[in-house]
Design a protein around this ligand. Structure first.
Ligand code: EPU
Length: 429
């Protein structure tokens, strides 16, 4: 087991390079199954969620070649299984993309229900509805195995009851090789949806309208391999932007698409932070205490729910009271308990948090409840006075490449420390 130890209070200064987008990578890797060929993927983030997904494909018979730390070649020609067990899916939400990809290739998928961050109930009814509309029959078997099968898939109109990233991706994966036209209405518009569509099109698919709320997919019989470079991670970039703002720092966040960061930049500006946009980088500069602001998380292009915990940390030291409304997940404020240990004053009522800014946070032993909560704990530790120890950091490693190296290069005093295996885990019980 490992933990992060942070001696807080340093202003973050310098430059940081943003890695490829996790949520694009975990959709694009299963999409290679549809190619039955070699795909070369560049700008892959070196994080545990991605290695987990690659391992699943490898166990299914794909040939995997690591060209370097961020480039991979996957040959899915000889995949010999359409079954993915609970052991493989339990740590990874995105493992449900294997249902769409396997259904699209074989007309059959047996995939265990996915794991991932715990934000309350995470249903997949819209994914199932999409598969059924394309002609599949879907049942949940014993051991929570999702069994989806279809003689053949036929394009159809799929109206999603709520905007869902996962359902949009899964229907796209199942539809690219279906007969005829699929129209997804009320589709998610996140940058990683567009990235997946670009990847599928490069494999020979016909996907139009990604990035709007209507996506049209005309089925194609055969797809082929391709070489593709993944977009930069919007949430990793946002995390470093907020960390710079919270520590009164001056950081150039490089290898980003500023357009993807507009909602985050706008909120930082509202907090009195200076945000300067360049072609593929953003400079965030702040002196002193941030101003208060209100936030409501929403599907893209709204403020991303995956930046909510990080912004809460910033607002916990703001001048005034802020209101944060979570508009996507039922239960995404669990981490507030950790911030309270550091002196934050936050009251949560259901999906709303009222944050009364305090002058500063104080170092404390805390834990990462999930991936983005973990990112928030990092920012809290960096801004706090004194020593913070963060446990359960495997959540952070799921989504942040070289996080210690990147923060250290910005003058943070942070290190990764091995803990004794038998040591009691904070919060368990
Ligand atoms: N929903 C349903 N039924 C469904 C699908 C979704 O009711 O069939 C509801 C969910 O319960 C939720 C809302 O719809 O209230 C949105 O869920 P969505 O399907 O968009 O989320 P997801 O695909 O499971 C992805 C990201 C999450 C991110 C959300 C929202 C991946 C692998 N995960 O999850 O990212 O929070 O979209 O933007 O892309 C993270 O990276 O830390 C992370 C959790």
């Amino acid at each position: 087991m490992e933990k992060f130890v942070i001696n807080g209070g340093n202003r973050l200064c310098g430059e940081v390079n943003i890695s490829g987008a996790k949520n694009a990578a975990v959709a694009i890797i299963p999409a290679t199954i549809l190619a039955q060929d070699v795909c070369r993927i560049e700008n892959i983030p070196n994080i545990s969620d991605v290695s987990m997904m690659v391992r699943i494909l490898y166990q299914m018979g794909a040939e995997v070649k690591m060209i370097n730390k961020n480039t991979i070649e996957i040959n899915t020609a000889h995949i010999n299984s359409n079954v993915v067990s609970h052991d493989m899916t339990r740590h990874l939400r995105a493992s449900y993309y294997l249902i769409g990809a396997l259904l699209g290739r074989y007309g059959r998928a047996r995939v265990a229900m996915p794991g991932g961050c715990d934000f309350g109930v995470r249903p997949i009814d819209q994914h199932i509805k999409g598969f059924e509309l394309l002609g599949a029959s879907v049942s949940i078997e014993e051991n929570a195995m999702v069994d989806a099968r279809a003689e053949s898939l036929t394009g159809s109109a799929v109206y999603l009851d709520m905007v869902s990233v996962g359902a949009t991706v899964n229907v796209m994966l199942a539809a690219v090789k279906a007969k005829g036209l699929t129209i997804i209405e009320n589709a998610a518009k996140e940058p990683h949806i567009v990235d997946l569509a670009n990847f599928l099109n490069l494999m020979g698919a016909d996907v139009r309208g990604a990035g709007t709320d209507v996506i049209k997919i005309r089925g194609t019989d055969t797809l082929h391999g391709c070489a593709y470079s993944i977009i930069p991670d919007q949430i990793e970039a946002g995390t470093y932007m907020v960390a710079a703002a919270a520590t009164g720092g001056n950081v150039l966040v490089k290898n980003v698409i500023p357009k993807h960061l507009e909602s985050i930049s706008a909120k930082l500006v509202e907090c009195g932070v200076s945000v300067e946009e360049f072609d593929d980088s953003i400079r965030v500069r702040s002196n002193g205490r941030p101003d208060r602001c209100n936030i409501k998380t929403m599907p893209h292009p709204g403020f991303p729910t995956d930046m909510q915990p990080q912004m809460t940390v910033l607002l916990s030291i703001a001048d005034g009271t802020s209101i944060i409304s979570e508009g996507v997940w039922d239960n995404r404020f669990r981490y507030v308990e950790q911030l309270a240990r550091m002196g934050a004053s936050i009251k949560v009522d259901g999906k709303v948090a009222v944050v009364e800014g305090v002058e500063n946070l104080k170092g404390a032993p805390i834990k990462a409840d999930d991936l983005r909560a973990g990112a928030a704990m990092l920012i809290a530790g960096l801004t706090a006075k004194g020593m913070t120890e963060i446990e359960n950091i495997e959540h952070i490693d799921r989504g942040y490449e070289d996080v210690v190296e990147k923060f250290s290069a910005l003058s943070a005093d942070i290190c990764r420390v091995k803990t004794v295996e038998t040591q009691e885990v904070a919060g368990v019980g």
